[in-house]
Design a binder for this molecule. Structure first.
Ligand code: LHQ
Length: 261
């Protein structure tokens, strides 16, 4: 019998798309899927040809969080499970050199909502929904939700969404700043690819350093952020991309950041 892969991997024009592929479970995550996604992200980071990573779901869901079908048979405690699976995944996304786009095609619930929030860019289909569903099964939000959500919507709105497990629609998600763009369902995949290709044409080294600077600044003082910017600016300024950008400006042409320096 042929096994259906839990993760689909495709690369088009420098955009690596990783598709969670358990559509009959709304891409609820089991250990195989979490491991495959983490490994695929790390592999993408090691390939020069990959400039942007997109994570999306197959079928009508993005990710319904932990697969509840398998939890009763777990031979690990919750802490150990999170430390072995979800936490390395979220850390990998946040520290990846490449920009990571979360293309939320449908419902994102529980740890799936955390995953949806964890990207550098969040693009939602019109029918996407986000639910901090944890309290429905009397659990605490995990996989980064307690860190991401209050930074986006403030403590009180985050607590309300977590306590009541209300559904955030795409329109509400955009209003709250949970996503950068909302696209029609019918054209979602093409719109995501076009967006990702725009990002892929940007200077990869500068974006990697920008991601590092922003991540550090989220938890640092202004004083430390200024020092961090000064240090990273040296790395950006010494890179061939900077020379290409300045030359292109002087020559009144578009820069080519895809060429090798
Ligand atoms: C599912 C799931 C699912 C299995 C839909 N599992 N089958 C927790 C524990 C341990 C350690 C690590 O951390 C975590 C973190 C977490 O993620 S806790 C939160 C776990 N997730 C949930 O509680 C979400 C449960 N699902 C739902 O509330 C609903 O399915 C949502 C709101 C996501 C979607 O609702 P609908 O659009 O009405 O779809 P549906 O409920 O009809 O689901 C479609 C199918 O997918 C259905 O199967 P069936 O055989 O009846 O067609 C569901 O059973 C299955 N499914 N989520 N997490």
């Amino acid at each position: 019998m042929t096994q259906v892969p839990v993760l689909l991997v495709e690369t088009v024009n420098g955009v690596r798309t990783l598709t969670l592929n358990r559509p009959d479970r709304l891409n609820a995550a089991n250990d195989d899927l979490l491991y495959a996604l983490t490994v695929a992200l790390r592999a993408a980071n090691a390939e020069d040809a990959v400039r942007v990573v997109v994570v999306t779901g197959s079928g009508r869901g993005f990710c319904a969080g932990q697969d509840l079908g398998g939890v009763s048979g777990r031979n690990m405690g919750f802490t150990e499970h999170l430390q072995a699976t979800y936490n390395p995944l979220i850390r990998t996304i946040r520290t990846l050199d490449r920009p990571v786009i979360m293309a939320v095609n449908g419902v994102a619930a529980g740890a799936g909502a955390s995953l949806a929030l964890s990207g550098d860019i969040r693009l939602w289909a019109q029918s996407a929904r986000l639910i901090e569903v944890f309290s429905n099964i009397a659990l605490v939000p995990d996989s980064g939700s307690t860190w991401f959500l209050p930074r986006l919507v403030g403590y009180n709105r985050a607590f309300e969404l977590m306590a009541l497990a209300d559904t955030v629609t795409a329109a509400e998600g955009q209003r709250l700043g949970l996503c950068e763009q909302v696209y029609p369902d019918e054209t979602f995949a093409a719109d995501v690819q076009a967006y990702a290709e725009r990002l892929a044409a940007r200077p990869a080294n500068a974006l990697k350093l920008t991601k590092q600077a922003l991540s550090a600044a989220l938890t640092s003082s202004l004083d430390d952020a200024l020092d961090q910017e000064a240090a990273l600016q040296q790395l950006a300024g010494d890179h061939w991309e900077h020379a290409e950008g300045v030359t292109a400006f002087k020559e009144k042409r578009a820069p080519d950041f895809r060429k090798q320096g």
